[in-house]
Design a protein around this ligand. Structure first.
Ligand code: 5GP
Ligand code: ZN
Length: 116
């Protein structure tokens, strides 16, 4: 399960799928076989990145260990590359938790005022 570029992993109505496919132009801070990383449109911190696994998976409950391992690797690499000393990783699962895009993603927040 390593080629996530196949159309079966793509949801034509999903904004993040369109970004991943390049149908909506974006600047990827990082891209590998499994994930893309790009800046959030409405940043909630000085640095606000989204780590988005390539296959269309609605939320964290629909992921598996393989994909989550790739997400973890990507978070580690991007934090090193972007020289983020302190940061917060957030996943919103479900409307009640504030999930608004139903393609699983992980927020990386870094900058001032994250002590609490
Ligand atoms: P959620 O609320 O689902 O946890 O996070 C979705 C995030 O995606 C929000 O922080 C929102 O600002 C961001 N977002 C929604 N649409 C776009 C887009 O088209 N481009 C980018 N870069 N971010 C988006
Ligand atoms: Zn999607």
């Amino acid at each position: 399960m390593s080629n996530y570029n196949d159309d079966k992993y793509f949801d034509k109505d999903c904004i993040f799928c369109k970004i991943i496919k390049g149908d909506i132009p974006s600047n990827f801070i990082k891209e590998n076989e499994y994930c893309v990383v790009f800046a959030d449109l409405n940043p909630k911190a000085k640095v606000h990145l989204l780590v988005v696994p390539k296959p269309h998976v609605q939320n964290i409950l629909e992921t598996d260990e393989f994909l989550m391992n790739k997400v973890l690797e990507t978070i580690k690499k991007v934090s090193k590359e972007q020289k983020l000393e302190s940061f917060r990783v957030i996943n919103n699962c479900g409307k009640g938790a504030g999930q608004s895009v139903f393609h699983v993603h992980f927020h990386i927040l870094s900058g001032d005022n994250l002590e609490e």
